[in-house]
Design a protein around this ligand. Structure first.
Ligand SMILES: [Zn+2]
Length: 342
């Protein structure tokens, strides 16, 4: 990490402190079907509705470790709400994830394997998250990823009822994950094992946390990510605020890079104006430029100046801590060197 990035971390973290909040993100987990939904007799005791409920419980636990607020559409294994009721829970949520395992037209066809993730036709930017989850699930289940897909109903809206309902309730980031085929021996052996489902849940939670920028290093600092179209998180919101303040962006401050081209175009115009490559990707060069402007930008508004000054004083406290840390480290190293010389 270079000095510029270190300073950026401080600004970024104090900015959040000023807001006195961390973005709260609610995730709805929807284990498909009911308790005895979709049995597969050749795999004794297998019910898609039960195994997905088990997976959802592990996933809830793993996601909560990252600080997500998680709600299940089936808190009790015997719950079986309608598809509409499941989707309706997604009101105000950042993500709805419906958990399933697949079966071919004929359950006797045991060959098909591989995972699929469906996303809403209302938001093409969600292919990014669908790809991330689908590839991760397929990697853990040791089969190939069949791909991220949109399924359209004859009426022209989303085919999957849960996705359709979530969208109707304002949550377009609604995905349905088919975790392999329970009609495939290898896949169903995986899906019936609790310890394997637990491992799968940890991997899925990890990739979701990565997508939302919720993964932190040991010191609790924000990790630096390259931000591109289709991503979401606190860091996206930070750049949205920055570009809005500087007149490049007029869209919603919703921490989502997409859907639509509004924020993407704002990033490109900013890059163009600053002599950077106008590719719409916020990499280290764009980040450094944002940092430079925050520190040196001319601010005429007194309220803004006051806000900036409060940030600067907080930054100074943080900087002192770092300076102290490096001083101690240097002393320690010199002490060791002196001992060696003696
Ligand atoms: Zn299903």
């Amino acid at each position: 990490m270079c000095l510029q990035e270190l300073l950026f971390v401080i600004i970024w973290n104090t900015d959040k402190e000023c807001n006195r909040r961390r973005i709260e993100m609610k995730i709805i987990l929807d284990p498909g079907h009911g308790r005895y939904g979709n049995p597969y007799p050749p795999q004794k005791g297998f019910y898609e509705g039960t195994q997905m409920w088990v997976l959802a419980n592990y996933l809830k636990e793993e996601l909560e470790k990252y600080g997500f607020d998680v709600v299940s559409t089936r808190p009790d294994i015997n719950d079986m709400p309608s598809l509409y009721a499941r989707g309706a829970l997604a009101k105000g949520a950042s993500l709805l994830l419906s958990l399933h395992s697949n079966a071919p037209q004929s359950a006797l066809d045991t060959k098909p394997t591989g995972s699929v993730v469906y996303y809403s036709l209302e938001d093409e930017s969600n292919k990014v998250l669908a790809d991330m989850i689908g590839n991760k699930v397929s990697e853990v289940m040791s089969h190939y990823y069949r791909g991220s897909m949109i399924k359209v109903s004859p009426k022209g809206d989303d085919y999957n009822g849960v996705i359709r309902s979530a969208v109707k309730n304002g949550c377009t980031r609604a995905l349905l994950v088919e975790h392999g085929f329970h009609t495939n021996l290898k896949d169903s052996e995986f899906l019936i094992s609790n310890s394997k489902l637990q491992k799968l849940a940890a991997a899925e939670a990890g990739i979701i946390a990565e997508y939302f920028g919720f993964n932190r290093n040991k010191e609790g600092e924000a990790m630096f990510r390259t931000l591109r179209y289709g991503m979401a998180g606190e860091d996206v919101e930070f750049v949205q605020k920055f570009l809005a303040l500087h007149g490049y962006y007029t869209g919603p401050i919703d921490s989502s890079f997409g859907p639509g081209q509004g924020f993407l175009n704002a990033v490109k115009s900013f890059q163009k104006a600053e002599g950077l490559t106008a590719d719409g990707v916020i990499d280290s060069a764009s980040r450094a430029k944002i940092f430079e402007i925050i520190l040196t930008g001319s601010i005429t508004d007194s309220a803004q100046m006051e806000e900036l000054m409060s940030k600067v004083s907080k930054m100074e406290i943080e900087l002192k801590k770092y300076v102290e840390y490096f001083r101690l480290q240097t002393e320690l190293r010199m002490g060791i060197e002196m001992q060696i010389q003696e």
